[in-house]
Ligand binder design. Sequence first.
Ligand SMILES: [Zn+2]
Length: 277
Amino acid sequence: MLVNLVEILKMAEERKSAAGAFNTPNLECIHAVLHAAERLNVPVIISHAELHEPAAPLAEIGPVMVEAAKHAKVPVCVHLDHCETFSYMQQALDIGFTGVMYDGSVLPYEENLANTRKAVAMVKHYNCGVEAELGALASREGGASSGGPVYTDPDQAEAFCRETGIDALAPSFGTAHGIYKSRPVLDLDRVKTIAEKTGLPLVMHGGSGVSPEDYRAGIRNGLRKINYYSYMARAGVNAVRELLEKEDVTFFHDLALAAEKAMEADAEKAMRVFAGM
Ligand SMILES: [Zn+2]
C-alpha cells in the first residue's frame, strides 16, 4: 500500500517507533526490504538517491519502486533521498514518489531556507511530504567529505521548520554516511531539544552501523525515520563472497539471489530495532 511521508511518520509517532528508510537501487534491494517489512508487518520507506543514477536511473527504477509499494501488504512510502536539484525532484513527483528530501545543507542558511520553501511549494499538489536537512554530516552521501560536521543549532532548527513548513527534519548530531571506522558518538540530548523545539519528526542519516542502544535512545528522543543502507548493502557483498568461495557458480542470478536473502535478513534485524520489537 502506497502512503506518503507524512502518513508513515504519523504511524511511527503513534507507535513511538521509527520507520526504516532503505535505499533500493535494484530489484534485489526492493525485494529484500519489502519482504522483511511484510514478514514483520511494519511500515517502511524505500528510497532512491541520485548517486545511484548510473546504475539505476530514477526514470527506470522509480516506477518499479512505486509499483512494488502499491502491491506491498504493508504501508510503503517511496522517497527521494538527498535531492539537490528541482528538475530531479519534479521527475520523482511525476513518477509518483510520496516523499522527497530537499538537501540544501551545504548552502548558506538563507539559500537553504529559500530553496526548502520552494520544495515545499512544489509538492503541494502531489501526495507527497518534504524532508529537509540543516547542519552538515561528517561525510556527504557517497562518501565525499564535506569538511567536517556542523551540528544543528536547535533554535535555528525551530525557525527553519516554522518558516519552511517542512514535514520532517534531518539534523546533524554525530552520525556519518557510509561504513563507520570507529563507533559514532551521538549527541542525543540535541535530538531531544530539536524535537521539542520544532515539534517535527526527526530523521537520522548515516543510520546503519549505529548500536541498538543508540537507536532506541534516539527513537525515545524523537527520531521517527532512520536511513539505513551501507551495512545492508555490505551484507549482500559478504553473502556473494561466501557463496563464490564455497561453490562454482555459473549464473549471475544465483549471486543476486544470495545477496537478496542476506540483505533481507540484515534489513529485518534493523527493522526489529526500529519498531521496538
Ligand atoms: Zn543521508
